[in-house]
Design a protein around this ligand. Structure first.
Ligand code: PMP
Length: 351
């Protein structure tokens, strides 16, 4: 290995994503995908893709999609940014909005990509410990001239921070950029997008990957003051990255246009989550209150790693994190009722 490679590798701490096995007969509950199909209009939009659309470059502004999202949220299209998944939106946010004289603050137990991007974009950061019950104390986040990044609900815990607390955080941090990552907000949270007209330092990041069943398409978005959005556009253009390919723009638009389908799928996931949480509690698990499409649970008598392995042998894949504070826990994505029954039955057998 060359000396140059060693130097490069030493500066990067890449994130290890959840495995994506393609085998059949697996119950895949490890990467928080939605078990239900996207809105029927999405498949119709895909079927209607024309050769001209493929032949030509896409609309760099994702105009129709931005307008539809802006209308849904009561904002201007200039207050909406679109990227290839919220991961890309967050990466641009790190590159353009989170580097200040003071450190970026985010929880110590949170989305594993945050420290990776902080290292990549040399953003000085300070992880803030969660409370004993894994909740966030906004009084710990006095960022001064810096920035705050919170996922809400948090990942991988699923614990929700009420909107009133986010408002308190914004009031206490008028001079800091506050980013709320709402990848899972549609499964029981209250979105902070409604606060965007009131606070020019707030950026809310969302995705179509979870509630809209489009993880394979890669469509994420951010809502904020026109200046914050303009900063993201400049970062994007500096990387020369197109916001979205034409096919993704068209399919995501169809998804946004079917609010009823979206709500029905979320409600079904929530109902299955609550039923599964109750069943896990009956088995002796401590289950954190989840407002997301996953559960975070530990068993006082069984190591999470052993449970993970035993489930894997039964072709059921959940997520185990070999990390401080959370290595006793399993994160289980909420699947269909049948998948969750298979999971619970396997666990009963293992215990
Ligand atoms: N934020 C959080 C908290 C997540 O868990 C994820 C998905 N793993 C993302 C953002 C990124 O989602 P996507 O890039 O699919 O929009």
């Amino acid at each position: 290995m060359s000396r140059f490679w060693s130097e490069l590798a030493a500066g990067l701490t890449p994130y290890v994503p959840g495995e994506q096995p393609r085998g059949t007969g697996l119950v895949k509950l490890n990467t928080n995908e939605n078990p239900y199909p996207p809105a029927p209009g999405v498949l119709e939009a895909l079927a209607a893709v024309s050769t001209d659309q493929l032949r030509r470059y896409p609309d760099p502004q994702s105009t129709q999609l931005r307008e539809a999202l802006a209308q849904r949220e009561g904002l201007l299209p200039e207050q909406v940014f679109i990227g290839n998944g919220s991961d890309e939106v967050l990466a641009h946010t790190f590159a353009g909005l989170l580097k200040h004289g003071a450190p970026l603050l985010f929880p110590d137990v949170t989305y594993s990509f945050y420290p990776v991007w902080a290292a990549m974009y040399t953003v000085d950061c300070r992880p803030i410990p969660l409370r004993e019950d894994f909740s966030i104390d906004v009084d710990d986040y006095a960022a001064g001239q810096g920035a705050v990044l919170l996922p809400n609900p948090n990942a991988p815990t699923g614990v929700l921070l009420p909107l009133a607390e986010i408002r308190r955080l914004l009031e206490a941090n008028p001079d800091a950029v506050v980013v709320i990552d709402e990848a899972y907000v549609d499964f029981g949270g209250e979105s902070a997008v409604r606060l965007v007209p009131e606070y020019d330092n707030l950026l809310v990041v969302q995705t179509t990957s979870k509630a809209r069943s489009l993880a394979g398409l890669r469509v994420g978005m951010a809502y904020g003051h026109v200046d914050l959005i303009e900063a993201l556009v400049r970062v994007k253009d500096s990387f020369n990255s197109y916001p979205l390919d034409s096919v993704a723009q068209q399919a995501a638009l169809a998804s946004v246009q079917d609010e009823a389908w979206f709500r029905r799928c979320c409600d079904q996931v929530i109902a299955t989550r609550e039923r599964s949480a109750a069943r896990l509690a009956e088995m002796g698990f401590d289950v954190l209150p989840s407002a997301a499409n996953f559960l975070f649970a530990r068993h006082p008598q069984h190591a999470a790693k052993d449970l993970f392995t035993a489930l894997r042998e039964r072709k059921i894949i959940v997520r185990y994190f070999d990390k401080p504070r959370i290595s006793e826990y399993l994160r289980i994505s909420v699947g269909t009722d049948a998948e969750m029954d298979a999971f619970c039955t396997a666990l009963e057998d293992i215990l």
